[in-house]
Design a protein around this ligand. Structure first.
Ligand SMILES: [Fe+2]
Length: 216
């Protein structure tokens, strides 16, 4: 019985070249993946001033429903769901984060001594919710109202533990006051797009959805 002297399992030069190219592609793949991820990172939501009316003391009722303050119900204005998600630039939910909102009542009054503490006592002008596992939040409130010198807006903060990650303001798409508002005008086109959303009529009042991108 004769034995072949040629090792038949060795790849031919062409196959070797393909194998080498394949290995190079495998080694390079993580670089491509990193680049693709870097390119798809979301822009951080722009911050805006806190303004003078952040609560000096937390109200007794500070839940998601601003249309009920204790056992009072607020019936003025246009009821609205203000909803959304808080994510990091990679699109991952900010688990355990807290979103706060505060706004004036339908008559433009804040619950704050610097505004004479004249807010309608039925309106819960401040609310706070913990994000769920998907980073989602929702508040029951009114479509924000205008007051002297400002277009309608809702103030908001995102916190993680004691750390404040974002303070900004949420606007209403299509409101004629936006173009005259000094703070709205300071936003870039991308910032306006992120913070100015439509209030869409539905069976349960209006609803608006915001995505807030923060760096934890
Ligand atoms: Fe304000």
């Amino acid at each position: 019985m004769s034995r072949s002297t040629t090792p038949i399992h060795l790849p031919t030069p062409l196959v070797r070249r393909r194998l080498l190219l394949g290995s190079a592609a495998l080694l390079a793949a993580p670089v491509f993946i990193r680049q693709a991820r870097a390119q798809s990172r979301l822009a951080l939501t722009p911050s805006q001033t806190e303004g003078p009316y952040y609560p000096v003391a937390m109200p007794r009722d500070d839940d998601f429903d601003l249309l009920r303050n204790g056992d009072r119900r607020y019936g003025k204005g246009q009821a609205a769901w203000v909803t959304g998600r808080v994510v990091d630039p990679a699109g991952q939910a900010l688990k355990g984060g807290v979103v706060e909102i505060w706004q004036c009542d339908e008559d433009g009054r804040y619950d704050h001594p610097r505004d004479g503490s004249r807010m309608d006592p039925s309106f819960q002008g401040f609310g706070r919710v913990t994000l769920n596992a998907e980073g989602a939040f929702r508040f029951r409130t009114i479509r924000p109202a205008a007051y002297s010198g400002r277009t309608p807006h809702i103030h908001t903060k995102v916190k993680l533990g004691q750390k404040e990650l974002l303070t900004t303001q949420l606007y209403v798409e299509g409101d004629p006051g936006n173009a005259r508002d000094f703070l709205w005008n300071r936003l870039s086109a991308a910032g306006r797009a992120a913070l100015t959303r439509p209030y869409v009529p539905g069976s349960d009042g209006l609803s608006a959805e915001y995505t807030l991108v923060v760096q934890a």
